[in-house]
Design a binder for this molecule. Structure first.
Ligand code: ACO
Length: 427
């Protein structure tokens, strides 16, 4: 196959390089097109645009494949844990046992929030959304650890390992501080003898005299974090890379990513799924009425559909069986899980969903597990952010290391042509 393509526009032809990825994906390189021809490419919403070359994550949406650094998500879900996957994403290789215990120790040491950061989070308005609190907490953390947060790319890269461990350690503590404040309880200090997820569950919910946390619950949470750890150039990761491309430090880049994740079409979908399932349940519908209204465009089946997957999201498959296991470990039955199963069954046989290749995505079952673990619905997206942090950080590092130009898309202007200022008195 030729490594060149030819574009004909008007009377001229332009040669474009063809970029071929390691999984044989092909892209026409249009980076010189404007310079050579005066035209740009147009791709509203970037659905057909490769914004970078990356070695972090591979997705084949048609086949339902997701791999971190070459490892299949199903194999990692079965054999690895979240902190191990953090190092895989951050460094490109699975850690040795010495590297992993070193990292665990570092994360454990960083779990105590600096007192001014805790104060900052606790002083936010009572009704602030946990995602806003998380973004604010991250910026405050950067301020409190200013040696890790310089906006000098070289220094930020030299300190990256510490900054990454600090952020991964602090996010659960920030989430717990915000939650405890909301429910009127005082902050619970981390317990260094617990693993990452047990510690988080304990910081969120433990009260004096509670029984130790069941290990199958912290395993379920670890799996959710692992499955969310990266997903290549999605909205929040692209936001993180965009901010990083301007030279901003990891704390600021991740605070922006947290804000991008918040929306209901992105990370906020896990909350929206639970709200949808609860509404269906309380209306007495078994799901059929809701499917009909989604087909008529009156509502959207949240947790279904994906810009990239035109097949079953491999993470949803894993979470569907994890959901059964978690509910069994907790000894609870969930009427909304029955509704979710029914929605999936009906949708997967319906021509509307089949023709549009709409399948369950990662959010369809994750919320049911999180609800069963006791997380309030408005914290679900925060949990997504904790899971996604290593991915964002790996992308920050990739941008910082490859050091290409600031990201700056162009546009096709469709506004008024030149007009002249009318004095206020004449308008
Ligand atoms: N329910 C009903 N119809 C849908 C859904 C849905 N969940 N998703 C897409 N469609 C329909 C659209 O109405 C459109 O129909 P049309 O061709 O008749 O106009 C067609 O399918 C294509 O949809 P788009 O909106 O063009 O798909 P896009 O790739 O832009 O959007 C998205 C993807 C945002 C995920 C969409 O499927 C959606 O809104 N899903 C529900 C929200 C959700 O679960 N988001 C989480 C995504 S995963 C993540 O961020 C972690």
């Amino acid at each position: 196959m030729s490594d060149k393509a030819t574009l004909t526009f008007g009377d001229s032809s332009f040669e474009l390089n063809v970029l071929i990825g390691t999984e044989n994906e092909k892209a026409l390189d249009v980076s010189q097109l404007r310079k050579n021809s005066g035209v740009i490419t147009y791709d509203d919403g970037y659905g057909n645009t490769g914004s970078c070359e990356s070695s972090v994550t591979f997705i084949d949406g048609d086949k339902g494949i997701l791999r971190y650094r070459g490892y299949d998500i199903a194999e990692l879900a079965e054999k690895a844990n979240f902190l191990e996957v953090c190092l895989l994403l951050l460094n490109g290789e699975l850690p040795t046992s010495a590297q992993l215990s070193n990292f665990q120790e570092k994360v454990s040491a960083f779990q105590n929030l600096p007192s001014e950061v805790l104060k900052a989070v606790e002083s936010l308005p009572a009704n602030i959304h946990p995602m806003a609190s998380l973004a604010t907490g991250l910026q405050a953390l950067g301020g409190a650890c200013s040696h890790l947060c310089t906006n000098d790319r070289q220094k930020d890269l030299e300190n990256f390992d510490d900054a990454a461990a600090l952020i991964i350690a602090a996010l659960p503590a920030l989430a717990a501080a915000s939650h405890r404040k909301k429910v009127g309880e005082s902050f619970k200090n981390p317990d260094k003898s617990h693993n990452y997820c047990t510690n988080f569950l304990s910081m969120m919910f433990a009260k004096e005299g509670d029984k130790p946390i069941n290990s199958s619950l912290s395993k379920a949470l670890d799996l959710i974090f692992l499955l969310h750890a990266d997903h290549e150039q999605n909205c929040s990761t692209s936001t993180c890379r965009m901010i990083a491309s301007g030279g901003a430090n990891p704390f600021a880049s991740l605070a922006g990513a947290v804000s991008a994740l918040w929306g209901p079409l992105h990370g906020g979908a896990n909350m929206a799924v639970i709200n949808m399932l609860n509404d269906i349940h309380s209306s007495g519908d078994d799901g059929s009425g809701f499917i009909q209204s989604a087909k008529e465009g009156k509502s959207r089946l949240m947790g279904f559909g994906h810009r990239v997957y035109r097949n079953y999201d491999p993470r949803a498959k894993i979470l569907k069986s994890a959901c059964d296991q978690a509910l069994e470990a907790l000894g609870v039955s969930s009427p909304i899980l029955d509704i979710a199963r029914r929605l999936e069954e009906v949708a997967l046989q319906d021509p509307y969903f089949i023709d549009r290749k709409l399948y369950p995505n990662v959010d369809f079952y994750s919320g049911i597990i999180l609800q069963a673990l006791g997380f309030p619905t408005n914290t679900f997206t925060v949990l997504f952010a904790i899971g996604r942090a290593p991915g964002w950080l790996a992308h920050w590092k990739e941008i910082a290391q490859t050091g290409k130009r600031i990201h700056r898309p162009r546009q096709i202007y469709q506004g008024s042509t030149l007009r002249y200022y009318e004095p206020l008195a004449n308008r």
